[in-house]
Design a binder for this molecule. Sequence first.
Ligand SMILES: *[C@@H]1O[C@H](CO)[C@@H](O)[C@H](O)[C@H]1NC(C)=O
Ligand SMILES: *[C@@H]1O[C@H](CO)[C@@H](O)[C@H](O)[C@H]1NC(C)=O
Ligand SMILES: *[C@@H]1O[C@H](CO)[C@@H](O)[C@H](O)[C@H]1NC(C)=O
Length: 490
Amino acid sequence: MRINSPHCISTVLRIGGVLLFLFTCGTYFLPQNNEVPLALKTPSFQVANLTEASSTFNASVVDFWQDLASALLETQPQCKPLKVMDESVHYPEDHFDPLEPYRKHPHRLVGFTDDDETALLRAHFLMRKSAFHLAPKLSFAKGTTGIVTTADTHYMPMFLVSLRMLRRTGCNLPVEVFIDDWSKYDTTTCDIVLPSLNARCVVLSNIYNKNTKVKKPDHYQYKILSILFSTFQHVLFLDSDAFPSYDPSVLFTIPPYTTHGLVTWPDFFALTINEHFYHIAAIPEEPASARFSTESGQLLLNKDTHRESLLIMETFVQAAMAVGLPWYQVRTGPAALGRNWNGMFRGTAIAQADPGLDYEYGIPMRSHVHTGEWWTSGDSAHPDPKTEKSLNRTRTAPRRPRPVFIHQNMLNLNPEKVLADKGEITYEPDGTMHRMWGSKEDMEKLLGYDVERRLWDVVAEEGCRLDQGSETCAKIRAYVSEVFGWMGEY
Ligand SMILES: *[C@@H]1O[C@H](CO)[C@@H](O)[C@H](O)[C@H]1NC(C)=O
Ligand SMILES: *[C@@H]1O[C@H](CO)[C@@H](O)[C@H](O)[C@H]1NC(C)=O
Ligand SMILES: *[C@@H]1O[C@H](CO)[C@@H](O)[C@H](O)[C@H]1NC(C)=O
C-alpha cells in the first residue's frame, strides 16, 4: 500500500465523528424485471438512499482502519522510491517453462542498493508484526459469503453485463460494488438497478478518508481495500469484466477453498518476482517457473483465516507466503478465448479453470520423466509393456478441468461501445459480423452451452434497458440476429 511520505502529511486530523444516517429501510418496491418503472427514473424523492446505508461504517471498523493506517505510516520503508524498468513489456524470459527450473529471476530494479533492501526488510518485518496484532480486529459478518468488485463510472456498464451473466447462472450471492467516492455515484444504478440484482454500491472514500494521512489509493489497491472493507467473511472477488460460466457458490464448499482459504488463478507468464522480494520477506525463493504468475481477475478469500495476509497485501500469494498461511493457485493454465482473424489468433478473454476440478486433477509439474502438460491414459499403465498387455485393461485419462470464469479483459463489453469498432473481432476484416470465440460446437464442448450466445443476449438486455428504441439497442439486436440467427433469452 502506498503512503504519503512524512513531510507531505497533512497534520489536520479530521475530527468529525461518524455521521448518523437516517435510513428508512424496508419494503420499497424494487423492479423484478429489468424495466425501470418511469416513476423511479426521477429518483431524488422516492428512492431510498441505499448506498448511503451500505457506505456507513460503524465505530469498530473506523477504529480498525485508523490503527491499520497508522501502522502503514509507521512502517513505511525508509528508502527512496523504487524504480522499475518498463513493467508493461513482457520479455522472452517471462515465458513459463517448468523444464528449465533453474532460470534466474528477472532483475528489473534500477539503482537498487543493499541499503534500500535492508530498509525494506525492516519495514516488512515491522508491518508483519503489526498485522499480527491488528488481525483480531478485522471485522466482517461471520459466516457470510458474497461477491466483491470495484467499478467506477467507466466500468459500470460493463459490470452490469457481468452481473447479469452471474445471475443467469442461478447464483444469488449478494454483491458489494465498491466505488471510489461520491462523485462516481449514480442514483439510478446504485439505488435501483443494482439492488434489483441483489447488489449494492459501497463508497470506499467514506471509510478510507476517515484517515486523512494516507495517500489516495492507486488503481490496483482498490481491489485489496474493497475486500478489506467488504462485510463478507467468504469473498469471491471478481473484476468488473469477469463472470462465471456456472454458479460459483459451490466453490466455497469444497477444496481447495476449504483447505487453503485463498485461491488464485494463473496468468500466462512465469513468475517475474525479483529475487530480492524473497530476501525482504525473509522467505525461501521460488523458482521462476514453479508456477504461473497470478492473474487477478478473480480470487477466493476467507477473511477469517487470511486476516494477516490481507493486512499486508499488495499481491495475494506473496502476502500469504510472507505470513506463512496456505494458498492454492490453480495449476491449469489460462486459456485464451478468441479466434483467427486476418491470419492471426486474437484473444479477447481469458478462461480460468474450476479450482475444485483442478485440485482433484492435480496437474503434473513437467519434468524429464513427464514432459507433457496433461495426464494421459498411458500414465496409469503398468511400466512393463508386457505385463500391461496381459492385464488387458482399458485406461482412460482423467477429465481435464473445465473453465469456470471468463475474464473478458480485451474487449470492452459496454453495450454503447462494444460494436463501435469494425476492427474488433466481432467483425470479419471485410466488415461482416462474426462470433468472437470460435464455433458454437467448441463452446458447447468446453462449457456445456454456448456462453457467447448468452453473453450477447445479456448485452442486448442491458443495452436496451433504458430505451428499446435507441440506436445502441437496435445495433446489438441486429448483431444477435445476424450472428446467432435469432433473438430471445438464452
Ligand atoms: C445519498 O447520500 C449521499 C451522501 O450523503 C448524497 O451525496 C447523495 O446525493 C444521496 N442520494 C440521493 C438520491 O439522495
Ligand atoms: C460493525 O460492522 C462490522 C462489519 O459490517 C460487523 O461485523 C460488526 O459486528 C459491527 N460492529 C458493531 C459493534 O456493530
Ligand atoms: C480383453 O478384454 C476385453 C473386454 O474386457 C475382452 O473382450 C477380451 O476378450 C480380452 N482379451 C483377452 C486377450 O483377454
